[in-house]
Ligand binder design. Structure first.
Ligand SMILES: [Zn+2]
Length: 154
């Protein structure tokens, strides 16, 4: 199993109880967009309600690398939940695709926070798609959840 890169625990009120510097803050505070925050809440709640650990694969690309990540959500007892993020593998993103996260009120393209695809004319494209070459970089993005990931993670 790959080495965990980041782990933190949240208590019954979703407050971070482990990881220095983040203690006592609601974990949702660190998620900028509403769609991803709602998704995370729903994943954590489903683990609590069903009492079953869950793994969610997602992408966390840099401008030059496709990074395949896994989030493991596990029950720690006493309504606490542990979340671990690990890098499964990475591969070059060629050509590079530079994005810049902007506010929802600014002109932007939607980027799925789970698969990192970008929406162009209602089609969700991989960041190395030739169809995205015409977009000037850094490409202004606002994160959301694409329909495929919404269905996959429901
Ligand atoms: Zn997606």
């Amino acid at each position: 199993m790959a080495k965990a890169n980041l782990c933190y625990s949240i208590d019954a009120q979703n407050r971070i109880t482990e990881v220095s510097g983040l203690l006592g803050k609601p974990f949702q505070e660190f998620i900028q967009d509403d769609a991803t925050r709602m998704l995370m809440n729903s994943i954590v709640n489903s683990v609590r309600v069903l009492g079953k650990n869950r793994q969610v694969d997602y992408r966390c690309d840099s401008s030059t690398e496709k990074r395949y990540m896994r989030m493991s959500v596990s029950i720690e007892g006493d309504h606490s939940i542990k979340l671990c993020h690990e890098l499964l593998r990475s591969e070059p993103l060629s050509p590079p695709f530079v994005t810049q996260t902007v506010g929802n009120d600014q002109t932007h393209y939607q980027r799925c926070s789970q698969c990192n695809r970008i929406e162009l004319n209602q089609v969700w494209l991989e960041p190395d798609s030739s169809l995205l070459r015409a977009i000037p970089q850094p490409c202004p993005v606002y994160h959301s959840i694409c329909p495929l990931c919404a269905e996959r993670l429901a």
